[in-house]
Design a protein around this ligand. Sequence first.
Ligand code: SAH
Length: 249
Amino acid sequence: MGRVIFIGAGPGAADLITVRGAQRLASAEVVLFDALTDPALRMHAPRARWIDVGKRGFARATAQARIDTLLVQLAQEHAVVVRLKGGDPSIFGRLEEELLALRAAGIDSEVVPGVTAALAAAAGAQRPLTRRGRGRSVSLTTAVTHDGALRGSQRADTEVFYMAGRQLAGLGRRLQAGGWPADAPVCVVSRAGWNDELRSDHALHDLGHAALVHGGRPTVVTVGVGALALSGVAPAHKTLLLEKAQASV
Ligand code: SAH
């Protein structure tokens, strides 16, 4: 009977995995990975069998049940199975289901943390999520509930929304209904941590425009104190800051 190591791969670029994550990955006989993971990570375990279990295109519930079963089967056949997850495994990563499946089968597990997308976005934008005296709390929220409904809220000084990429205009409306002012600063970052990361700034009522920039890319939306430029001034409304995109043209 083997063990399963959950490893956070970080938000993209292969060098954002932790040293511990890379070391554990090197010990894998089998690696189960998701669509968002950088293929360059394979260099850490070139002889392992790599299995793509990315859920795009599958009915989610079925796909998750299949992954749970596969993990248990593989751990019964191999000494070390790595479950590589984008960002951090504990953030919107279905970690609970997979840990419970292993526990039920009496299989040992370990979790190695990773850099979650919200933190990579804050680093790329150089906008701290907490600020002395002004930003005391941060929330990481999924924009969509499990039944597909869109949710907005105002629970923290800085709120970072995951999985909102396809519904930015709707999220903007929900957040206003949830108590955020129409001119609240919003920073939208897609493919944070990758070379082609893009970032744009908006006033909340104008969030729908971000779809033009980030359409089809993994995107996080930061609202509130953590979206402010360092001067503390909200960037002019409708101004798109596409520094990296412009630099590459
Ligand atoms: N466990 C992951 C999140 C998985 S949910 C983590 O900790 O980051 C998938 C969502 O994460 C995407 O819909 C998107 O909102 C966000 N995401 C993942 N990678 C991203 C990236 N590089 N840049 C921006 N958002 C990202």
